[in-house]
Design a protein around this ligand. Sequence first.
Ligand code: TYM
Length: 333
Amino acid sequence: MRVVSGIQPTGNLHLGNYLGAIRNWVAMQEEGECLYFLADLHAISMPYDPAELTANTREMAAALVACGIDTDRSVLFNQARVPAHSELQWLLNGTARMGWLKRMTQFKDKSGKNQEGASIALFTYPVLQAADVLLYQATHVPVGEDQKQHLELARDIAQKFNNDYASEEAPVFTLPDPIIPPAAARIMSLRDGSAKMSKSDPSDMSRINLTDDADTIMQKVKKAKTDPEPLPSEAAGLVGRAEAQNLVGIYAAMAGESVDAVLARFGGQGFGAFKPALGDLLVAHLDPIGERFRALKDDHAALDAILVKGAQKAALMAAPTLAATYSALGLAR
Ligand code: TYM
């Protein structure tokens, strides 16, 4: 089992990242060989500030360690320190089809009405994402629901490359499987149950950051949008109540319980009772993470050392696949 996944180092780690992906990253360290990276090369696909990117990359590394990524067991690095990612992307550009990339919903969402003004990087980024996982022969990729389409593209690229340039007996790439947590596949905004919780939402009240202190977390949960009805006693009663469904889903994911088990306790009660319980649960889980994060984040030398060491290991692990790709394509190096 080879586990590979990445996260963009833009600003804070939020509860959606944590429940949708990072918690699985931590858990999967028990089961296989894991490589986790900060997708800093991804960040240049949208307008950004270079100094902030450097700072955010370190900060995200600190956040991942605070969440439980063990850098003695897992390989933690930033993409830019491992040039094999960019190299493999170029090699795979020959296999990826325009039509496949045009179907990517994230490009449509992020470019909005101004597709002509979007960067080429935003369009071709999913090929880099394919390179990210194919480079290490990933078998399992823990992600939230919004990355599923990108993983399907990675499989399509791997399959076509294997068909076109390799043989069935000796494929160059492994087809990776996405690992999506059913209960927390898509954590929604606290202000709008139809929008996903996201770093790019202008309102900080829409998300819980892993670095928020206890008071801020309680405040955000109390102000979260809800409806006037009491909670139902079964999951079926949440249909059509997006905000209620999201808050109960967050509680269930955080507590490791089913939605029905949570509703068996809170059914019939209003949000006046449920919200403080949810806030307490979040604070109990996130407070120790925040504390570890604050202890780590300013030690730039230690964080850089972690990322440099991780990049060295990753580069060694990437080398055989990169060499096999050049060779399959008939490129001498
Ligand atoms: P990014 O940085 O947007 O998100 C990191 C991870 O968090 C998950 N996630 C969520 N899960 C549930 N609910 C939410 N509201 C929510 N918001 C974010 C994402 O699904 C993701 O797993 N392109 C990727 C980074 C990447 C990558 C890769 C991932 C680059 N290369 C290779 C896997 C494999 C991204 O922008 O994720």
